[in-house]
Design a protein around this ligand. Structure first.
Ligand code: NAD
Length: 288
């Protein structure tokens, strides 16, 4: 069997197009405030890409570049200002922050209705309890890929390898919300290949290059590779692509699979946040 290759670039492009259409229909263009602290080269590249794609979709670029030595209090004040600014629809605090800053406290300060990365404890709680809210971009992008390729979720067994706050846990909850039967694996899971072989849908987000080989994949399973690693031969994922594509029914490549979805979902979250805000303003108008 040769797997269908899930084309994340194409799905991301169609998400970006639909976001651009939705932005054009809004009475006021949403604004995204990316906050970059310092000059870490990788973070600078990520933020530049996010800003470029946000402008291309018609979203206003309200970027803030802050010095690497900014203090906790000063950065908290910037977040408070962005929370209070009605022209700011979404706030994205680029991680990692310099070591002297308490990232968790700063993320928790972001207004959950502007939390376009979906990382505040309130956003996580809304997801865990099944309430509407902004979802973390990478796992939301995985759901979009599964839907684009019409992978049946309800009643399917999904195995998520990884339990991070950023990917694994929200991924499992998003799958659960769609009525999949979900197993979460992690670094202490015994006999990982045996557990993974139970999966109709296998999502690898462990951050270990080539962790998932063909012995961990049931023939015909859908395999989504969230991992990204830069090696001597370029980028690779957590899945041994050459081995697994001979067994899986469908597979995401690295690069060109999950990666392009993350920024596309950030744009979608920004439009979603704009709609939440419009509804809140309308509701407060109706109540007064
Ligand atoms: P993390 O290090 O925070 O979490 C890794 C998780 O994998 C942990 O829960 C750990 O228990 C589990 N794990 C580690 N080794 C394991 C093993 N041998 N067997 C089973 N489980 C194991 O990482 P993260 O932030 O969740 O990211 C995971 C990967 O996804 C990384 O490669 C990262 O670069 C990538 N990533 C990609 C995107 C994207 O846009 N495509 C976004 C975020 C993260």
């Amino acid at each position: 069997m040769t797997a269908t290759v899930i084309d994340g670039k194409a799905v991301a492009a169609s998400v970006r197009e639909s976001v651009a259409r939705e932005v054009a229909e809004l009475p006021v263009a949403p604004g995204l405030a990316t906050v970059l602290v310092g000059d870490d080269p990788a973070s600078s590249v990520y933020v530049r890409n996010k800003r470029r794609q946000c402008v291309a979709a018609g979203i206003r670029d309200l970027h803030r570049h802050l010095p690497a030595d900014i203090g906790q209090h000063a950065l908290a004040t910037v977040i408070d200002e962005l929370n209070a600014d009605p022209t700011v629809t979404g706030i994205l605090l680029q991680l990692p922050l310099p070591a002297h800053l308490d990232s968790a406290a700063l993320i928790a300060r972001i207004d959950p209705d502007k939390d376009v990365d979906g990382l505040t404890p309130i956003s996580a709680g809304r997801l865990a309890q099944g309430h509407p809210g902004l979802r973390p971009c990478t796992p939301a992008g995985v759901m979009e890929l599964l839907d684009a390729y019409r992978v049946p979720l309800e009643g399917s067994h999904a195995v998520v390898v990884g339990r991070s706050t950023l990917v694994g846990k929200p991924q499992a909850q998003l799958l659960l919300q769609r009525n999949a039967t979900v197993t979460i694996c992690h670094s202490r899971t015994r006999d990982l290949p045996a557990v993974c072989r139970e999966a109709d849908i296998l999502i690898a987000a462990a951050g270990v290059p080539g962790l998932i080989g063909s012995a961990a994949v049931w023939p015909g399973a859908t395999v989504i590779d969230v991992g990204i690693h830069r090696g001597a031969d370029g980028l690779c994922g957590d899945v041994d692509y050459e081995q697994v594509r001979g067994v899986a029914g469908a597979i995401t490549p690295v690069p060109g699979g999950v990666g392009p979805m993350t920024i596309a979902m950030l744009l979608r979250n920004t439009v979603h946040a704009a709609r939440l805000r419009m509804r809140a303003v309308e509701a407060s108008g109706a109540a007064s």
